[in-house]
Design a protein around this ligand. Structure first.
Ligand code: M6R
Length: 602
């Protein structure tokens, strides 16, 4: 996810910007840039790759005296991670940095091109700076031009804009993407999160959606749709490590909570009013495709398994899923009508990468679903869809799984629409459900407290079964993987109907069963599977919207008619339960033993 910093004042600006961007590195980025105006002189520097490249480029530059400055780390969404596409974006006399996605940029861009404006990047952001300069020709102040500009933007943004027209002013606006303003004497700071300004600013105002304004060394003014507003300043936290985790105890916990917001980023610009559109896919991308093969490892394999149910049900194409490390040595039969899909959070998993290379060699069309742009898997694929989860620090994957599953659900609908296997009515219903996903992913204090309380009962025993049917079977696999990764307790995921074919032999009071019992899918079937386990005295923790009297513990979810909404809600519960059990056992939640975040060896 992009990171933004800004500074207005007398201090040396380059150091403040670069150190600030360094603090935002954890958000993930593929290029970076800064722009500074001082003594009426405008300077900018950009570099792809790590911040060290930008530092190298700026090593002979220092700033002196009063000035204004903005900086940015870019996580590519529109356009490749090139120096040209890196922020700040440049007009004739203005610079902008932006985090988020401008959904109506194509329309605005077309209008500006008609006015004779030339665009040089592939980004959505460039439209902002040109729009500002366009308006500034007709307005009496640059601030009016800025107000008009943000009034036309649709989508999510945190924006800082500077211009030679107002060389002592930073214009700012926030809607949907995070940004804060920090204060210390006459100095004003901006950042995407606390960490860049801890130790510099004393007080902070966390901008709310719809707030915008300007900062000069005379005044900092705040507005929203109702007019001028007062800042709500509060003291800045002083602990950087805690601030990086946004106050959560662990990155994994933060990432679980983030899912509700992140999933909107995954959908942004793709889930439209009546259709789903991936600008990454060409019009005829699915032509000639009558089967899908997905290869992945670990959590990514589980999202693939869930997707296989969706592809066969909605698109009516054969969909097989394989663990990449198995696929690569089995001498697989590959046919040219098969779309080869790889899924990977990191984009660097050795087995998945090798599987992709094999498929390419066999002449298959390849698509990757990945969280890291420009990673090996993305580069190797014919086409890539980014999940936009932002950097995931916890070794146990959470938001990567949620966003992969979302992309796959969207992909199934796109392909279903293309192949006309779903009706417009079904598509509309699916889109309506999809828009409710952020709500299903929300963690309430009540839920978290309940899982914390429950967790103390699940620290011993001789193992866990997570059971579910249909798409809830891969979710059971994922729930079990999460638990074993961070608690080191033995856990297995099983299709509920499979228990009586062997695993039920383990049933006794010290066997814990986490039963995923959605109401929208095969409820009666799974209920009877759970009853069989209960009859053998197994300790049952049921997760369901429907109270279940045989449950030893019961976690009530919301009634929903759409299985995917139940899926996402139950996913959060299994993640938090694993986390709370792990915490009670005193384990390192973010860095579990024996595991690495990116598995780049076979
Ligand atoms: O980066 P990838 O998605 O390719 O990684 C695959 C697995 O190594 C990964 O999902 C692993 O299973 C996680 N630790 C799960 O939490």
């Amino acid at each position: 996810m992009c990171g933004i910093v800004g500074y207005l004042g007398e201090k040396e600006k380059k150091a403040i910007l670069l150190e600030g961007l360094q603090e935002l590195e954890y958000r993930g980025y593929d290029s970076a840039g800064i722009a500074i105006i001082e003594h009426h002189q405008l300077k900018h520097y950009k570099a792809i790759g790590k911040l060290s490249n930008l530092k190298e480029k700026t090593k002979h530059f220092t700033s002196t005296g009063f000035g204004i400055s903005i900086g940015h780390t870019r996580w590519a969404t529109h356009g490749k991670p090139t120096e040209l596409n890196a922020h700040p974006h440049i007009g004739a006399y203005s610079y902008v940095v932006h985090n988020g996605i401008i959904e109506n940029y194509q329309l605005l861009k077309a209008q500006l091109i008609q006015e004779g404006i030339t665009f040089v990047t592939q980004t959505d952001t460039e439209v902002i700076v040109h729009l500002f300069e366009h308006h500034s020709k007709q307005t009496s102040t640059p601030f009016e031009a800025f107000e008009k500009t943000i009034g036309q933007l649709e989508g999510a943004y945190a924006i800082l804009l500077i211009s030679e027209l107002a060389p002592d002013t930073i214009f700012f606006a926030k809607n949907g993407s995070p940004m804060l303003v920090g204060f210390e004497g006459d100095d004003v700071y901006f950042a995407s999160s606390d960490t860049p300004i801890i130790g510099r600013a004393k007080e902070v105002h966390y901008l709310a959606d719809g707030e915008y304004g300007y900062a000069t060394n005379q005044a900092v003014a705040l507005f929203d749709a109702t007019g001028t507003k007062a800042f709500t300043k509060q003291p800045l936290p002083t602990d950087k490590a805690l601030a990086q985790k946004d106050g959560y105890r662990f990155f994994m916990e933060k990432e679980i909570y983030e899912q509700s917001h992140i999933i909107s980023e995954t959908m942004m610009g793709r889930v439209l009013e009546e259709t789903i559109h991936f600008e990454e896919l060409e019009e005829n991308f699915f032509d000639g495709i009558s089967a899908i093969k997905i290869c992945a490892c670990g959590t990514s394999y589980h999202s693939a398994l869930a997707a296989s149910y969706l592809f066969e049900r909605m698109v009516k194409v054969r969909c097989s899923v394989e663990i990449a490390s198995e696929f690569r040595y089995k001498e697989p039969l590959l046919t040219h009508d098969t779309l080869f899909v790889t899924i990977s959070q990191s984009g660097e998993t050795a087995d998945t990468l090798k599987a992709l290379k094999m498929a390419k060699q066999a002449g298959l069309k390849s698509l990757s679903i990945c969280n890291v742009d420009n990673s090996s898997i993305v580069r190797e694929s014919d086409c890539a869809i980014l999940t936009r989860a932002g950097i995931e620090k916890g070794v146990a994957s959470t938001k990567a799984f949620a966003t992969q599953t979302m992309v796959l659900w969207m992909l199934a609908l796109t392909m279903g629409e293309h192949k006309q296997t779903i009706t417009p009515t079904t598509l509309a219903q699916e889109i309506t459900a999809m828009r409710q996903t952020p709500k299903s992913l929300q963690v309430t204090d009540r839920l978290h407290a309940k899982l914390n309380r429950l967790s103390k009962r699940y620290l011993h025993g001789h193992g866990f079964f997570f059971i579910g049917r249909d798409i809830f079977y891969p979710l059971a696999l994922e729930g079990a993987l999460k638990l074993k990764e961070i608690s080191y307790l033995h856990a297995e995921g099983y299709p509920a109907g499979e228990m009586k074919h062997g695993p039920i032999a383990l049933a006794d009071s010290r066997l814990f069963t986490i039963a995923l019992m959605p109401k929208s899918m095969h409820y009666e079937k799974i209920k009877s599977n759970v009853e069989e386990l209960s009859a053998r005295d197994t300790t049952i923790c049921a997760i369901s919207p429907e109270p279940f009297e045989l449950a030893d513990d019961f976690i009530q979810t919301h009634f929903s008619t759409h299985p995917m909404l139940e899926f996402f809600e139950m996913m959060v519960i299994t993640q938090l339960l694993a986390l709370e059990i792990s915490v009670r056992l005193g384990n390192d939640v973010d860095m579990p033993r024996n595991l690495a975040k990116s598995v780049t060896v076979e």
